[in-house]
Design a protein around this ligand. Structure first.
Ligand code: GLC
Ligand code: CA
Length: 556
């Protein structure tokens, strides 16, 4: 693999609305982020990805952009953003923005102009079709429920396409003017000193045209977009052009939100001349998700399922490129609540999960609060939920015949709001997130789980994350942790996750993903214990005793 500046980094995702509120309005903001840069630096973070902070009506929490060139006043000003980039630089850190260009907001000037004159220049920025006999051009279901077609404001005879919320009209990438505008914006931000972008929902930019129906797959008479996407070809032309005109000349780091790529496409996406630097591994986040909806999906994965996901990705990627590893993000439940069975949730199992994913080959992303082991929220009722996607999935569950309580219980396990509750800085008022009223309820477990306590405690989850980042950065082990080959060890052993990282050194990662202690045979003499999530460790010549949830990394 050709070495790149970002390979040995540690990345961190901030969900700005819930990170830190500096002015008491209950909404996290850019000055708040700036004030926490030292905290992130101390954690060992180099790259910081901000979920969208552009001007937006926040119908999908900023993933609906009304102006790509300005900061939403709720988050701060352009000066704040410039200061953030500068302050990050001083600390050898890089800021990534979220590039949301499959769609914009219906409040964007382009869409407003398209509504004024659908046959004019801006009409062609979107997919606008006539309403023939009141019908729609195709039966696709939007990701947030309901048909993807919505009457065009002011033009009852016309309709526009939105694969997400109706306030997120899809941009027409077939139109070169749209692409030109997108590239102009990307370059404008990169010229400001941005490190790069996380690239949102990008797989949707290529539609299979002309519009047509696909097989109906739910009682609503509609068809999931996946059917169409599986047939859409030629996205590479757009992505290659974008990389050529923007990212490559800036040597920017980009990480794509890519789903359902075919194995033969991996090199196109993240190989040496790939469209992106990296893309996320979503194998474990999509595992167990049902086509019928969240209500029908598994609320958590057992260790064997989790292992099969991460191992299959590691084997599939090999040396083709650098995948980005996560256990959660702003669209998922908390990783510790999804991959650890509720009765097994404890500091040791949280550290085990952290160690297992962090030591994989790839770029580790930490989602805010993950480093202190933040857990899913206990919502009281559906009224507690803000997220559009959860509200839709609740409806899907009701339509499938579930009672209100059952529907709520099932979708709550997946709600995107689980990860969006305010960051838990202290055990005090509003978890130290705001002086005002937080926009989303704080998880009451902040009395138990918060940064302030964990910073003081060498045995905390936070301290363990610091050990993980430190190992990745250590002069001695860096090469192996970053580039070492992934080789499974005792793959068939139930509830054991074992793998080597083989580079200049040979490291063995072992995780006893169960309550029962066990003995594991060692493949060689242990030179050094690099990581251990418990206090003690019993080693014999060729055997190791692993306690409940014990995780170790050994140099062999
Ligand atoms: C991505 C984002 C998600 C958003 C969607 C539409 O999946 O991660 O939060 O709702 O795209 O932009
Ligand atoms: Ca604020």
């Amino acid at each position: 693999m050709k070495k790149q500046w970002w390979h040995d980094k540690v990345a961190y995702q901030i969900y700005p609305k819930s990170f830190y509120d500096s002015n008491g309005d209950g909404i996290g903001d850019l000055p708040g982020i700036i004030s926490k840069l030292d905290y992130l630096k101390d954690l060992g973070v180099d790259i910081v990805w901000l979920s969208p902070i552009y001007k937006s009506p926040l119908a999908d929490e900023g993933y609906d952009i009304a102006d790509y060139y300005s900061i939403d006043p709720r988050f701060g000003t352009m000066e704040d953003m410039e200061r953030l980039i500068e302050e990050a630089k001083k600390r050898d850190m890089y800021i990534l923005m979220d590039l949301v260009v499959n769609h914009c907001s219906d409040e964007h000037e382009w869409f407003q102009k398209a509504c004024q004159d659908p046959d004019g220049e801006y009409g062609n920025f979107f997919y606008i079709e006539d309403r023939k006999d009141g019908g729609t051009p195709c039966n696709w279901r939007s990701y947030f429920g309901g048909p993807v077609w919505e009457p065009l404001p002011g033009h009852p005879d016309k309709q526009y396409l939105h694969v997400f919320h109706k306030k997120q009209p899809d941009l027409n990438w077939e139109n070169p003017r749209v692409r030109e505008e997108v590239y102009k914006n990307i370059n404008w931000w990169l010229d400001k000193g941005l490190g790069g972008f996380r690239i949102d929902a990008i797989i949707n930019i290529k539609k299979k045209l002309p519009f047509r129906d696909y097989p109906v797959d739910r009682a609503d008479g509609l068809s999931g977009i996946d059917h169409m996407l599986a047939e859409a070809e030629g996205i590479g032309e757009f992505l290659g052009e974008m990389a050529e005109k923007t990212f490559r000349p800036h040597n920017a780091f980009t990480v794509g939100e890519v789903f359902n790529e075919k194995p033969e496409e991996i090199a196109d996406f993240i190989g040496e001349n790939g469209y992106f630097s990296s893309m996320f591994d979503f194998a474990e986040t999509v595992y167990g998700k049902s086509d019928r909806g969240w209500y029908d999906s598994s609320a958590y994965l057992n260790p064997e399922e989790y292992k099969s996901c991460i191992f299959s990705t590691q084997k599939k990627i090999g040396d083709t490129g650098m995948i980005s590893n996560i256990i959660e993000n702003h669209d998922e439940p908390r990783g510790v609540s999804h991959y650890i069975c509720p009765e097994d949730l404890c500091d040791a199992s949280k550290k085990l999960l952290a160690g297992v994913y962090f030591m994989l080959k790839g770029l580790p992303f930490i989602y805010q609060g993950q480093e202190i082991g933040m857990e899913n929220m206990k919502f009281n009722s559906i009224e507690d939920v803000d997220d559009v996607s959860t509200l839709d999935e609740y409806q899907v569950a009701l339509n499938a015949g579930l009672g209100e309580e059952e529907a709520f219980r099932r979708v709550a396990a997946f709600s995107r709001d689980n990860a969006r509750t305010p960051m838990q800085w202290t055990d005090g008022k509003n978890a130290g997130f705001t002086e005002g009223t937080p926009w989303l309820r704080v998880n009451p477990n902040c009395s138990r789980i918060n940064v302030k306590d964990q910073e003081k405690n060498a045995g905390s989850v936070l301290s363990f994350y610091k050990k993980l980042t430190a190992l990745r950065k250590s002069e001695e082990y860096k090469e192996t942790v970053v580039y070492g080959e992934f080789v499974p060890y005792l793959e068939q052993e139930k509830n054991l996750i074992g793998y080597f990282r083989e580079g200049e050194k040979k490291l063995l990662v072992l995780a006893n993903f169960q309550k029962a202690p066990r003995e594991v045979e060692l493949p060689g003499i242990v030179k050094k214990v690099l990581l251990n999530n418990l206090e003690d460790l019993t080693l014999n010549d060729n055997r190791i005793h692993l306690d409940s949830w014990q995780f170790v990394t050994l140099e062999i």
